[in-house]
Design a binder for this molecule. Structure first.
Ligand SMILES: [Mn+2]
Length: 452
């Protein structure tokens, strides 16, 4: 990471000093034909100075607290994805910039399975430390840290190592996250949770730019890939700040490094898991859509009832449409995939992402078994669908769940269940999801049915 030359140029402008050599060096850095004063990694033009000052203050405040602590842990959520890995690494570098002598550990729980994500760790964060759940709950491995910084998750979420432990709250110094906030009052001392933002990497890019730091090519590549994968190339939940961060990091990224991650060779087991998942995928067609794919015209009577339904009738319809969860009526198809024996927990998310590419699909539900737990991954393209709420309502107190409007996940631990009981549990979840989405009576079609 380097100091943004524009920061120096701003200082110089203020002091009216001119340094011709430096000016020349700066000219060289600028692409030909660009006579603007825009620095290499500047916040968007419309970004308000007050906002920048607030971000700087927030960083300063966190650094002041961290400077007083002895052991700092930058912690990602369990089973980290590219956004979590990139955010954790950027946070680590940001802290090192301010506190070069700090004892700093980058850590995560769970498992990094996806080949792309493992490559990221190998290339960028080989020092990333894995904490086993057992180690945390029984040996209190986290007790060694008097400062914890959470990235891509927040104190009240259930998807990180602090969940279920009794870590004193004052140790959670900083949380930077873009998941919807929990109702709980549990907050980090410096708490930056902005659910409208598409990727946590965007927030870290904003931090760096706000304090005039330029990520090097490797960090820019990591942040770019984090934003790209969390927002599916800006197509999912992307704000203008995400677009800015995506472009700004892409300009500095190393395309060769990016290819190494995105085009990584996949093990044969990957294709077997994928094949199993597709063979166990069923498509449920929404009742509102007639078999030829067009919306059925309501009869005049139905149309009349629709404009003025009795309260009873409205309630019945809401239930049929899954509106008790605040879920908009189903319009496309719903796919449900059962992954009976996953070799890694993040396979469910990967399959759900893939099935969202299927024509006419508006919800992709993946239910898998990994070790002693059920792993749920949900994707949708229905705006304001509250997928996170849907998964939470189904998981209830049996496990942990969370997510955004259009992507969500959950875990249900069944430590005492036999393998057969876990499979039965998985099957039982299917009608519950279908009911919640208003397609309980829908006809199910195997994805890979033989051609008629
Ligand atoms: Mn994220």
């Amino acid at each position: 990471m380097s100091i943004d030359p524009s920061t120096r140029s701003r200082e110089r402008e203020q002091t009216k000093e001119q340094d011709p050599a430096e000016e020349q060096a700066r000219e060289k850095e600028r692409p030909a034909g660009d006579d603007s004063e825009r620095p290499l990694f500047a916040l968007p033009e419309e970004y308000k100075p007050q906002k920048r000052a607030a971000v700087e203050r927030r960083i300063q405040q966190a650094m002041e607290i961290l400077a007083e602590r002895k052991q700092i842990l930058v912690l990602m959520h369990n089973d980290p994805d590219p956004d979590a890995i990139a955010s954790g690494w950027a946070m680590e570098q940001l802290i090192r910039h301010y506190l070069p002598d700090a004892n700093l550990t980058l850590g995560h729980g769970g498992l990094i399975g996806r080949a792309e994500n493992r490559t990221m760790v190998k290339l960028f964060t080989p020092h990333l430390r894995h904490f086993a759940r057992l180690e945390v709950t029984e040996e209190h491995a986290l007790d060694a840290f008097d400062a914890i910084v959470l990235v891509d998750t927040q104190p009240a979420a259930g998807n990180h190592l602090l969940y279920g432990t009794e870590i004193p709250l004052e140790r959670i110094v900083w949380a930077v996250d873009h998941h919807p906030p929990r109702r709980s009052q549990t907050r980090a001392l410096v708490h930056d949770v902005r659910p409208e933002i598409g990727a946590c990497s965007t927030l870290l890019a904003e931090y760096l730019a706000a304090v005039g730091l330029v990520p090097d090519a490797a960090l820019a590549t990591a942040l770019f890939y984090g934003i790209k994968s969390d927002t599916r190339g800006l197509s999912r939940q992307a704000t203008p700040l995400d677009t800015w961060a995506y472009m700004a990091t892409r300009n500095l990224a190393d395309i060769e490094l990016l290819n190494k991650i995105e085009q990584v060779r996949l093990p044969r087991s990957y294709f077997r898991s994928l094949s199993d998942a597709l063979a166990n995928t069923t498509i449920y067609h929404c009742a509102a859509v007639s078999p030829n794919g067009t919306e059925e015209e309501p009869t005049p009577e139905e149309a009349g009832a629709a404009s003025n339904p009795s309260p009873d009738e409205q309630e019945r319809r809401n239930e049929a449409n899954g509106e008790e969860n605040g879920i908009p009526p189903c319009e496309g198809d719903v796919t449900v995939s059962l992954l009976f024996d996953m070799t890694r927990p993040d396979m469910a998310a990967e399959v759900a992402d893939l099935l969202m590419r299927l024509e006419n699909v508006s919800w992709a539900i993946c239910l898998g078994i990994y070790e002693d737990r059920i792993v749920i991954s949900v994707r949708t393209d229905v705006p304001d669908a509250r997928a996170g709420r849907l998964v939470r309502s189904i998981v209830g107190r049996n496990g942990t769940a969370g997510g955004h409007d259009t992507m969500a996940g959950g875990r249900i631990h069944l430590p005492n269940a036999t393998p057969a009981e876990r499979v039965a549990f998985l099957h039982n979840l299917v009608p519950r999801f279908l009911r919640a989405l208003g397609v309980a009576d829908a006809h199910g079609d195997p994805l890979l049915k033989s051609r008629e």
